[in-house]
Design a protein around this ligand. Structure first.
Ligand code: RP5
Ligand code: MG
Ligand code: MG
Length: 271
């Protein structure tokens, strides 16, 4: 089963709402938990937003679960999820909170994560164990270091999301001139065509609820010689407030379950 810890931490993000405590042995929906009375919370910040679903039960909202619903992908990488009383149920288990919290979609909220890597070691470190580094951003919302990922726009290809979000959060492309964008494109088009899928599935995101959760597809873009990525002008943008190369070590601390994702990349390059 995927990690399911950060989505049970007591205080729900960007709110004062406390989750109903869910012990490890009560996570699974098929384990009886008669006392379970989670609060319902949907943040006012998402209500009425064009990128968010309406409330369930509204006349103008007839979602098609477990499938592509128009341009919105409501399919889960975790297989078929259950619908109970009209509400999709988190496929990993209880989180201690109902509603959508701050997530826009009921059910799966699809994201993509780019893991851009290079070797830290230079020629003089030849006898040392090689260290793999990746480009991390500092999230504005929690202050934690994370992959520069983001939400898949309706109709967007997941691979394109990973590349777009990398450019927005780690290269500040949203504030680049047309000319700068063209230079970026020439430098990176070829590199980004070499992406390898590393993970697809559930993310242990602190925003998850019993009815809405994050899923991602993570891609590794690896620069074996480091020559392409070393010429990047790293600059935090959009919802990132910092960006830097980070060594992938065992004591690394990252947002959500991003440590698990970067470890998969490390294993791929070292085993
Ligand atoms: C995580 O949230 C995903 O792995 C991805 O990195 C991120 C997407 O959300 P935003 O960065 O757009 O908030 O669950
Ligand atoms: Mg973003
Ligand atoms: Mg993001």
């Amino acid at each position: 089963m995927p990690l399911h810890l950060k989505c049970r931490s007591p205080l729900y993000p960007r709110s004062t709402v406390q989750r109903f405590p869910v012990p490890d042995d009560k996570v699974a929906w098929n384990t009886e938990f008669i006392e379970y009375k989670p609060p319902t919370y949907t943040s006012p910040s998402i209500q009425g937003q064009p990128w968010a679903d309406p409330e369930i039960g509204r006349a103008n909202f007839s979602p098609k679960w477990n499938t592509l619903d128009g341009k919105v992908n409501r399919e889960s990488y975790m297989g078929l999820y259950n619908i109970v009383n009209g509400y999709p149920l988190n496929p990993v288990g209880r989180t201690g909170i109902c509603g959508r919290g701050v997530l826009g979609r009921w059910g799966p909220n699809h994201a993509a994560d780019p893991v851009v890597t290079r070797w830290k070691n230079t020629a003089k470190d030849i006898d040392k164990k090689p260290i793999l580094q990746f480009i991390a951003i500092k999230r504005r919302d929690t202050g934690e270091w994370a992959l520069p990922g983001g939400m898949v726009d309706p109709g967007e290809k997941v691979g394109a999301t990973a590349i777009r979000e990398f450019q927005e959060e780690a290269l500040n492309s949203l504030e680049a001139s047309e000319c700068e964008k063209q230079v970026m494109k020439e430098k990176l088009d070829n590199f980004f065509s070499s992406g390898i899928e590393i993970y697809s599935g559930y993310v242990d995101d602190p925003r998850n609820t019993d009815n809405a959760w994050m899923e991602t597809v993570a891609y590794n873009f690896h620069d074996e010689s480091g020559s392409i990525v070393s010429s990047l002008n790293l600059q935090a943008g959009d919802d990132a407030v910092g960006v830097q190369w980070v060594d992938i070590t065992s004591d690394i601390n990252l947002y959500a379950s991003h440590k698990d994702i970067v470890n998969r990349v490390l294993i791929k390059h070292t085993s």
